[in-house]
Write a protein that binds this ligand. Sequence first.
Ligand code: CAA
Length: 384
Amino acid sequence: MNFQLTEEHRMIQQMARDFAEKELKPGVIERDASQTFPEDLVKRMGEMGFLGMMVDPEYGGGGMDTVSYVLVMEELSKWDASASVMVSVNNSLVCWGLETFGNEEQKRKYLPALTSGEYLGAFCLSEPEAGSDATQQKTTAIDMGDHYVLNGTKNWITNGGRAGLYLVVAQTDADKRHKGINCLIVERGTPGFEIGPKEDKLGIRGSDTHSLNFNEVIVPKENRVGEDGFGFKFAMKTLDGGRIGIASQALGIASGSLEVATEYAKIRKSFGTEIINHQAIQFKLAEMATEVDAARLLCLKAAFEKDNGMPYGNSAAMAKLYASKTAMFCADQAIQIHGGNGYVKEYHVERFLRDAKITEIYEGTSEIQKMVIARNLQRMGVKA
Ligand code: CAA
């Protein structure tokens, strides 16, 4: 067993750290307030290779492993969780899904634009009445022979207003329940496809979240991903990897909180000394550091399993469950250490807490992760 990162891993980690500090940190408070994220910054993330990290270089990707992806996600999330959710959805839900289950033509047509930042991808599963209970798809994709007709509404879609490609999950044959669901590629601008209002959110406010409406949208058969009826399995398998991305995002919010709070504690004085000398603060930082390390180990374990062809859905669920709880804990402690300063925007930590909350909700709530873990226990028993 080896806990050491390779030289290459350390390089990519450093590159992401520098990028986050120099290009994401400046302006992050303003982007949070204005709910915007400039297109040129998306392009820069594409240039840096962050948008298609694990995609084969043949399709314009970086050909990197999942461990590298975790390292990058952690670093970007330390300063800007809105940027990192774009990176996560694009990498693990859209690019990985297309590369793993799409046909050659689909991969050649869409992956180069998705990896370069020419456009982002969106993953459209959730609906007003199908969030945690994802089999209950009300959006329909009626099979008309050479095309589908798509009707319905999708909710809370990351990159919803700005994506160029949308992977839309919809019910084709209701009698077959989850086995009658398909995943279709819908391009931006397809007639009948409308982008709904932008959500005004508690956190990750720079990330662009919309509802989407599909009204008699004609989607050619060649835009279906995988075999007929594969849509639900596509979503579940893709989300297993997505949860590693969101776990790493939560890890980054937690470790960012720890770093910012530690630096603050070294300069802020009370009762005649820097507050880091008070045991009340030391104990908080010690607990935060321990939780961050535990969350990081879970993220890296899930990534290692994925990279080595092992089952990883259970570890991904554990990593997300634990890391999201750690993000909430560390952001809250960071505010407490900052005292009054922690409650105002200038010191970043109040944003960390607002951003942390979504990691307990999207890509499967914490309760859903527990369901996945418990079902795995029922099936496999307890294993070291
Ligand atoms: N991999 C492969 N197949 C899987 C699977 C997995 N991880 N999980 C389930 N399946 C298969 C099952 O084997 C079963 O197939 P068969 O009938 O052929 O045996 C089928 O899927 C149905 O499985 P279940 O009976 O377990 O289904 P369920 O209704 O009990 O639900 C669930 C399972 C895990 C709770 C699932 O509904 C779920 O993950 N819900 C959460 C949805 C979610 O994460 N949404 C996130 C939205 S995306 C997002 O947030 C992106 C963003 O923008 C940030």
